[in-house]
Design a protein around this ligand. Structure first.
Ligand code: ZN
Length: 312
């Protein structure tokens, strides 16, 4: 059912602020969309799956005619127990999806009129987790690998980020504890096709242990050679885009324990830079909100802990 309706859902999602105001003028409009995304239009009882239900509590809950069970619109979803109207959530989804470069917690707080920064921050993390879907297709057939140090300008500690980039294609980034063979191996096995051809710089840990059977070309370049033709150009471009994005959108103020969540958002947006429009991203985010089990922020953050070899 979810697959069946997903095209309608994104075609039906507003693309401009004016369209948004018209399409989701009331809480009822948002509920109808939510019900379409979650149940294909007609809610079902969470206990017995019956479609014979009626709404109670001003439309936030419905009661089953067969078994009497009460199901809230948001129970069992990422928005379970929210005290805010769906309209507010939809607005936040819209704001996050329409900005090509994303949004900071501070900007979200201002736009939504939230009293506290903490609220804006936790909404942002929740919505980011819903929006960002990992793309599981491994990179290939030509892939560059590299590492970079990323950190705020005020921060003395730079964090290590592993980079893999297809020529003119998709990228993957991982916050890593180090760049030893075992960590690079876990990263390569997770992100790069086993028959891909890999280009790296001369770092010794890129070898038959970390890269396995993949054909590997290690290119040691002088500064002048790199200026003329950088062997890992796509990685370097990715990293400079990443650094600019972290600085421009988030003021460079990213704590190490949240870095992977930001990398995931960057990769998600970057890999869709030519294909997906606002409406598609927003509609998918709402689908993800309705279809994924409730999750507390702590779990979302734990999932984004630095990448270790044992995560392979
Ligand atoms: Zn029932």
């Amino acid at each position: 059912m979810m697959q069946h309706t997903s095209d309608d859902l994104w075609r039906d999602f507003p693309k401009t602020a004016t369209e948004f105001e018209a399409r989701f003028a009331t809480e009822e409009d948002c509920r109808a969309y939510w019900i379409k995304a979650r149940w294909g239009g007609q809610p079902a009882c969470a206990r017995c799956n019956s479609r014979r239900v009626w709404t109670i509590r001003k439309g936030t809950t419905f009661e089953c005619a067969e078994c009497g069970h009460q199901t809230s619109l948001t129970s069992g979803t990422l928005l379970e127990k929210t005290t805010k109207p769906l309209k507010t959530w939809f607005r936040a989804v819209f704001e996050i999806s329409t900005r090509r470069t994303g949004i900071s917690a501070k900007d979200l707080q201002r736009i939504m009129g939230f009293g506290s920064y903490k609220t804006a921050w936790s909404w942002l993390h929740k919505l980011r987790a819903a929006m960002v879907r990992s793309d599981s297709e491994p990179l290939g057939p030509f892939v560059e690998m590299d590492e970079a140090l990323v950190g705020g300008k005020a921060s003395p500690n730079k964090e290590l980020v592993l980079v893999a980039a297809e020529a003119n294609g998709r990228v993957r980034l991982a916050h890593a504890a180090n760049n030893d063979e075992a960590t690079l191996k876990a990263f390569a096995n997770r992100e790069i096709a086993p028959d891909a051809r890999v280009v790296t710089d001369g770092h010794a840990a890129y070898n038959g242990h970390s890269l396995g059977q993949r054909r590997h070309e290690a290119v040691v370049q002088s500064k002048d050679e790199r200026r003329a033709k950088d062997a890992v150009q796509h990685c370097h471009w990715t990293v400079s885009n990443l650094k600019r994005w972290l600085l421009a959108t988030h003021g460079g103020a990213v704590k190490p324990k949240h870095l992977q969540a930001y990398l995931d958002e960057f990769v998600f947006r970057y890999n869709r830079r030519r294909t997906d429009g606002v409406a598609r991203i927003a509609a998918r985010t709402i689908q993800s909100l309705v279809s994924r089990p409730p999750k507390i922020l702590r779990d979302i953050i734990r999932e984004s802990a630095p990448y270790m070899a044992f995560r392979s």
